[in-house]
Design a protein around this ligand. Structure first.
Ligand SMILES: *[C@@H]1O[C@H](CO)[C@@H](O)[C@H](O)[C@H]1NC(C)=O
Ligand SMILES: *[C@@H]1O[C@H](CO)[C@@H](O)[C@H](O)[C@H]1NC(C)=O
Length: 358
């Protein structure tokens, strides 16, 4: 008896056991909190399951039903979008001209900005697209993205971050530039970071952020047979709030022309104690535009990179971002931000220098 009493006493006094209790409670509270939070976005659409991708609708279907409210000053908040259809038809057979895209999107204003004409948007999203010599991709992208976002009644703007010069592509640094420049313009509540060669195929895939965790929207890409490549995969199309973004010091600036920056970003999120929300595979369908680059892209998407993020993230990111803004122009369908982000540092080739010494 005496022994038992001593045991239970020491267990309560044991700091490990107390810590365990606290963590347990915290997890419980988190689950409750998340449950109530996620209703805002996820349950607003009762999803038919499984979605039938053999029956698709045109991305412009019924968009003309959104006409200006008679009384602009007293607009109500948007309710659930009445025109969502789920699976969308996406093809790249014909290249749409800029005039076609403009005429099909009459409510898009200069700078590729849109807010619903019939209701007050609930979501305010900056779509940020890193870009370097992909003019054909861009036309397809704009043709699909504009109506896609309008179907979801989002207040949005499309920012194209165009890398000047002939240096190697640096996707993550361009995204850092995009975030900084977009936040100068407006108080966006969601940063939607989007590869230009991925087109969404389902309008239930909402381009808004989850408050709680960063979100990955491109979970099922056609070139990867609509399956998820590896558990930590975080490439393609992702959504972070400005708070999430700053919490991880943004993205790395040092990934020149190599894959792995998306794995570094996923690692930053884990280090910051956040998780990643992933859109279910049957909603996160994307088609990849293929002009010959896709095979290499797909190889890069298939496996995680080797990283050193724990050591680098504090000093490599938004706090070390340097660039020269060459232009920030409002075009009709997007804001064109042209930027000189410098060149990759020239490293001494390790193998050779050793050889020379010997
Ligand atoms: C378009 O809207 C009309 C009128 O609301 C509706 O009857 C029709 O089903 C909609 N089309 C699609 C494909 O949802
Ligand atoms: C963006 O603007 C720069 C000039 O400022 C131009 O060279 C570039 O082609 C433009 N890019 C796109 C995709 O519009």
């Amino acid at each position: 008896m005496a022994f038992g009493k001593k045991m239970s006493l020491s267990r309560v006094e044991n700091p490990c056991f107390l810590l365990f209790l606290i963590i347990f409670q915290a997890i419980f509270i988190l689950i409750l909190y998340r449950g109530s939070n996620s209703t805002v976005y996820q349950t607003s659409f009762p999803l038919p399951r499984p979605l039938d991708y053999s029956k698709t609708e045109d991305v412009y279907t019924n968009l003309s039903l959104f006409t200006p409210a008679p009384d602009k000053a007293n607009m109500r908040y948007c309710s659930e979008s009445p025109i969502l259809v789920g699976p969308l038809a996406v093809t790249f057979d014909t290249l749409p001209s800029e005039e076609t895209i403009i005429s099909k999107n009459p409510y898009v204003q200069s700078g590729g900005h849109y807010s619903p004409p019939h209701c007050e948007a609930r979501y305010k999203t900056a779509v940020i697209v890193p870009h370097k010599n992909h003019e054909k991709h861009l036309q397809h992208f704009l043709y699909y993205l504009h109506p896609f976002l309008q179907r979801q009644q989002i207040n949005y703007c499309i920012y194209l971050i165009h890398q000047a010069g002939s240096g190697p592509f640096n996707r993550a640094k361009l995204l850092n530039v995009g975030v900084r420049e977009a936040m100068k313009d407006d108080d966006w509540d969601c940063l939607l970071l989007h590869d230009v060669d991925l087109i969404p195929e389902n309008d239930y895939n909402v381009y808004a952020c989850d408050d709680y965790f960063p979100k990955q929207l491109s979970t099922a890409i056609d070139k990867l047979y609509y399956s998820f490549p590896y558990w930590s995969f975080f490439g393609g199309v992702i959504a972070l709030t400005p708070e999430h973004y700053m919490k991880i010091n943004g993205f790395p600036n040092t990934f020149w022309d190599k894959d792995g920056e998306d794995d570094d970003i996923a690692e930053r999120i884990a280090i910051a104690g956040m998780g990643i929300d992933r859109v279910p595979l049957y909603v996160g369908h994307y088609k990849m535009i293929d002009y010959g680059q896709a095979a290499e892209r797909v190889q890069n998407l298939k496996r995680p990179a080797e990283l050193n993020t724990k050591k680098t993230w504090r000093d490599d990111g938004m706090n070390s971002l340097e660039y020269k803004l060459l232009g920030k122009k409002k075009y009709r369908l997007y804001v064109n931000i042209t930027v000189d982000i410098g060149a990759a540092p020239v490293l001494p080739p390790e193998g050779k220098s050793k050889g020379n010494k010997a």
